[in-house]
Ligand binder design. Structure first.
Ligand SMILES: *[C@@H]1O[C@H](CO)[C@@H](O)[C@H](O)[C@H]1NC(C)=O
Length: 233
């Protein structure tokens, strides 16, 4: 069968369309491109969150202080004894000292009340081996009661502002398939704990902005830890 000019043209158009869709919706650029996109986004976010906590601390100490005062003067008056403020600063400093790009925070509760304590950070790293990027969550936490069967991890992910995915898993078996990376072994005894968990952000995800919320509840549905992440591919 002779290959006609028409077949060649049709094939080329198909290839171009597939490539076009790929570049339009799926091509994220190099790991460095993704990093710099997220760096811009999070620089803005960190500034507004820093101000929010800053004002919260000021208000609790000096209820008469008005919003919109001179930012430079307020610097001296922060309440370092407030665990919400001191934990936030400690983790911010940790991010800065390590030169990390933070894409999320981990707290002791899910609502954004002023007394929530920062327990950790989610950072983004370029993945030079598999391409794309990887997230790493760091968490320092004191567990008050032993954790065993019945505790669950719940997750909600939204994509460009719309709900994309919801799921929940039993904590004790959540990473039992990950032989080398397994970090959860039940029962988890009470006391101070340090966790570090790496998660590859899949390269096949379409371009766009992702926000994720993940939280851990005990057998009585009480929230123990709650993390938020926000990144753009
Ligand atoms: C978290 O805990 C580890 C180990 O105890 C410690 O080295 C690290 O400084 C802690 N990080 C923060 C931000 O407190």
């Amino acid at each position: 069968m002779a290959v006609t000019r028409r077949t060649v043209i049709a094939t080329l158009i198909c290839c171009a369309a597939v490539l076009g869709v790929y570049f339009l919706y799926f091509y994220h650029g190099s790991p460095e491109d993704i990093m710099s996109r997220n760096r811009k986004q999070h620089n803005k976010a960190a500034v507004s969150q820093g101000k929010f906590l800053h004002r919260a601390a000021l208000k609790s100490e000096h209820p008469q202080v008005e919003d919109g005062g001179d930012d430079e003067d307020e610097g001296e008056e922060e309440d370092e004894d407030d665990p919400a403020v001191s934990s936030y600063k400690l983790w911010e400093q940790w991010v800065e000292e390590n030169g990390y790009l933070s894409i999320g925070d981990i707290y002791d509760k899910c609502d954004d009340s002023k007394d929530r304590v920062t327990l950790g950070k989610v950072i983004l790293l370029p993945d030079h081996e598999k391409g794309g990027v990887t997230s790493v969550s760091f968490l320092n936490h004191t567990i008050e009661n032993d954790i065993d069967e019945g505790s669950e991890v719940k997750i909600e992910v939204s994509y460009n502002g719309k709900e994309l995915y919801k799921n929940h898993w039993e904590l004790c078996t959540i990473d039992e398939d990950e032989e080398e990376d397994r970090i959860v072994f039940c029962p988890i005894k009470k006391g101070p704990r340090t966790w570090k968990k790496e998660m590859k952000i899949p390269n096949y995800l379409p371009k766009g902005r992702y926000t994720a919320k993940a939280w851990l509840v005990d057998i009585d549905e009480k929230i123990l830890v709650c993390g938020f992440a926000d990144f753009t591919l």
